[in-house]
Design a protein around this ligand. Sequence first.
Ligand code: G3I
Ligand code: 9MR
Length: 609
Amino acid sequence: MQNTTTPNTKTTKYLSLVALSSILLACGGGGGTKPPSTTMSSTASIASSSSSVASSTAALTTLIKLNQIGYKPSAEKLAVIPAVAATTFTVTKTSDNSVVLTGNLSAAQTWAPAEESVKLADFSSITAVGEYTLTVAGIGKSASFKIATNAYDALNAGAIKAFYFNRASTALLETHAGVYKRAAGHPGTKVYIHKSAATVARPEGTIVSAPKGWYDAGDYNLYIVNSGISTYTLLAAYEHHANYFKTQNLNIPESADAVPDVLNEAMWNLEWMLAMQDPNDGGVYHKLTSKKFSGMVMPEADTSDRFMVQKATAATLDFAAVMAAASRIYAPYESTYPGLSTKMLKAAKSAYQWAKANPAIYYVQPSDISTGAYDDGDVKDEFAWAAAELYITTKDDTYYTDLKPATVTADVPAWAGVKSLGWISLAHNLSSLTSAADKALIKNRLDVLATTIVAKKTASAYGVPLVNSDFIWGSNSVALNQAMMLLAAYTLDNSKTDYLNAAQSLLDYVLGRNPTDFSYVTGFGVRTPQHIHHRPSDADGIAGSIPGFLAGGPNPGQQDKKDCSVPYPSNLPAKSYLDDTCSYASNEIAINWNAPLVYVSAALQVLTP
Ligand code: G3I
Ligand code: 9MR
C-alpha cells in the first residue's frame, strides 16, 4: 500500500514540490533546502500573476467540467459535458494537438442537484503522463489538464499548509508564509472562565491559559467539537499512509525536526486541546471564544476578551477520542515529545471517565455568547468513537464492550456525527486488535457504507455520489468525507476498484467536475475562489484568497442571504454558491472541511497507480 521505495527524509520530497513552493512555501527555513532561485519578491509576483492566468483561461473551461488539478495515470478519468448533439469527444496532447483518444459520450441524463442534462466523457484509457485537452464538437476545448505521477502532492501540501496559515497565538514569518506573513494574535494566555463553566475550583472570572490551536474557520474562535474531527482526520491520514507523510516538507517552523510535518502541524492544535481540559475533574470546555464574532480584521486587531465556555459531554468525548489516537500515533516520537504520549492517554482516560459520569451534558449557548454553537443533542456516536480509540490504544476489552459494536452502524462523518471515525480506526488497526473484536463486523460496516455511496455514483448523471440532501452548509466536506470512507474501505480490500473510482469522482467534483466550474480549493485549479469568508484573507490587503483552503461549497440554505448585497447565482442545491466574502454559508473555510481534503488527496496519491 505504501511507496516503500521513497527515502525516509523530509528534504527529498521537497524538490518534487517545487511548483507549489514557488508560489507559497519556499521562502527558506524548513529542512534548509530552499531552491536557490526563489526570492520573496518573485514569490509575491508569482502569486499575484497566477490569478490573472486563472481569469484569462476561465472562458475555455466553463462548459466542459473536469478535475482542474489532474489525475494519477491509472485513475478513472471522467468529464461532464452539456447534453449537446455530439456523440463523441477527442482528447489531444496540448503540446502538438495530436489526437490520443476519440471516445463516445454517454447518453444524456439529468442530474437533479443542478437540474442539468449532461453526458459523460470517459478518458480513463489515457494513462501516459502528459498535458491534454478535451474537445467536443459544438462545445469547444477544455482547459488543459495533467496526468502526472505526483498529481496530488502539491495539493496535499497546500491543504495542510492552510492549517499553518490558521494558527492562533503566533506570528507567521515571511520565511514560512511568504506574502501571507502576519503578526501574532490571540495569545491565549489570559482566558476567563465563563459563568457557564464555573466550578468551585475555577470560579467565574478565573484566568487560565490555553495558547496555540487553529482558528476554527473564517472566524477567530476555537471549538473542541470541531477540532476533534479535524485533528483526528489529519492523524488518520498519517496513521493510514505514514510513509507518504514521512517525506513531506511543508516549510513550517518545525520542519527541521525529526517528526513528520503533518504531525508537527497537528501538534499545534493538540497542545491547545490539552489545555482545554479542566485538570480538576477531566471535563473539557466546549470552546475558547470571544463573546461575539469579531469584525473582518487581522488576528492582532481582535483584542476582545476570551472565555472558556461550558464543559460538555460531546466535547469531552471528542477530546478523549483524539487524545487516545494521538497517544499511539506520537508514541514513536518520544524523544521529541518526552512523556507526551503517556500524558495524552491519561488525559483521554480522565475525559472518558468524566463523560461516563456526566453522559448527557449538552452544550447550550449562553445568552451573552453568539459565536459558533456546534451544539449536539446526541452523543451516542461520540461515546462509540471515544471507546473505539481507547480500545485500539490500550487493548483493554472493556472499551470494546462499551462501544456496543452491534448497535453502531457506519455513516458519513461530520462534526456532529463521529461514530465512523471509530470504524476507520478499527479497520486500520485490525491486525493488532484483541480477540474481543469482531473483525468481520468491522469490515462489513465499511463495506455496507461504501456500497451505498457507490450506488449513488452509479445513478448520477455527473458520476458523483451526491444527491440533493448532501448540499448542506459545508457540502464540499460531505463529498470529501464520503471519499474518505470509500478509501478506508478500499484499503481493506484493494479489489474494490469501484470504491477507489467513487472516491476519485468526489475529489474531481471538488476540483472542478461540478456545475459551478470552480475548483473549490483556493489557489489550486484554473478557476478558484477569490473571496472566501476568512478574516485574514479579507483583511490582509492582498488580492485573492490565501491558498490551500477548501470553500464550504454550494448550500441552498443560504443562511447568509441577509448579510449579502450580492445575490446567489442560483437556488439549486449544487449551484447555490457565491464567491463573495459575505457568504459564510457557502464560501467560508473551516478546519473540518480542509481535513478530509488532506486525507483524500494523500490517499488517492498513494493508492492510485
Ligand atoms: O442537520 C440538518 C439536516 O438534517 C437538514 O437536512 C439540513 C437542511 O438544511 O440542515 C442540517 O443542519 C444544518 C447543519 O449545519 C448541518 O451540519 C443547519 O441547518 C446549519 O445551520 C448548520 O450549520 C452549521 C453552521 O456552523 C451554523 O451553526 C455548520 O454545520 C457548521 O459547519 C458551521 O460552523 C461554523 C461555526 O459555527 C463557526 N465558525 C465557522 C464555522 C463554519 O462556517
Ligand atoms: O463570520 C462568522 C462566521 O465565521 C460564522 O460561520 C457565521 C455563522 O455563524 O457567522 C459569521 O458572522 C456573521 C454573523 O453571524 C452575522 N453578521 C455578519 C457576520 C459576518 O460578517
